[in-house]
Design a protein around this ligand. Structure first.
Ligand code: G4P
Ligand code: NA
Ligand code: NA
Length: 193
């Protein structure tokens, strides 16, 4: 089965649509981790993003880390993850972005040490979900401040109706999502393609 079909099937059989437009995928992606499934995601991202000179994968704790590490072993690069709400002693040494989370209805601070983002970096960003894209925009901003290049963005599940993906593609980024959900009305998942 093609990987995108495998993921869609998992979303349909294991995903739960919750109030507030949240898709719960705790059984394979956000709480219990299905490693064989994640491995397929890693291989998919390797196939799509190999040959771009990527030297680092950037993600956000916590759910991004599993996807990032399993992809990184195929691209043979290190992973850097943005930390959330850490206490900051040395603001000169970190990039800090304020991100509003509409699922959590609060602001999170994302933090990455400046020494882990460099001007000659060619970065692949990965994450589990893309909704409005606020978290992703914060990562893009950090890479930009560091002077590096984002060569690709790999997302597992994009909710296209929340607009973040299109906005970021319009900026010229090479953004690829394994599954695109165009609607979750009445508790039913509808894929974009
Ligand atoms: P945005 O960044 O795209 O605007 O979305 P949002 O602010 O809502 O993202 C906050 C968190 O919610 C992110 O993870 C994101 O991956 C996740 N998220 C967004 N939509 C959904 C959804 O429909 N289902 C699930 N399961 N997650 C969603 P996080 O809370 O920062 O943390 P973590 O789970 O990675 O620790
Ligand atoms: Na996430
Ligand atoms: Na999440």
């Amino acid at each position: 089965m093609r990987k995108t079909e495998l993921l869609k099937q998992k979303i349909l059989t294991e995903g739960k649509v919750e109030e507030g437009g949240v898709l719960r995928v705790d059984s394979f992606l956000n709480h219990r981790l299905d490693i064989e499934f994640l491995n397929e995601v890693g291989l998919y991202f390797r196939d799509k993003f190999r040959g771009l000179g990527i030297n680092k994968i950037l993600t956000i704790e916590s759910s991004g880390i599993a996807i990032a590490t399993i992809t990184a072993q195929y691209l043979h690069v290190p992973v850097v993850f943005a930390k959330k709400n850490v206490h900051i002693n040395l603001p000169d040494e970190v990039y800090i972005e304020d991100v509003h989370s509409f699922t959590q209805k609060k602001n999170n601070k994302l933090v990455v040490a400046k020494k882990y983002l460099n001007k000659d970096d060619k970065i692949l960003i990965v994450d589990d979900f893309l909704a409005k894209g606020n978290a992703l925009k914060a990562l893009l901003s950090m890479v930009q401040k560091a002077g590096g290049t984002v060569e690709g963005i790999g997302i597992v599940i994009e909710k296209t109706y929340q607009g973040g993906g299109d906005e970021i593609r319009k900026q010229g980024y090479n953004l690829l999502s394994l599954a695109k959900i165009k609607s979750m009305e009445n508790g039913t998942v509808q894929f974009a393609d």
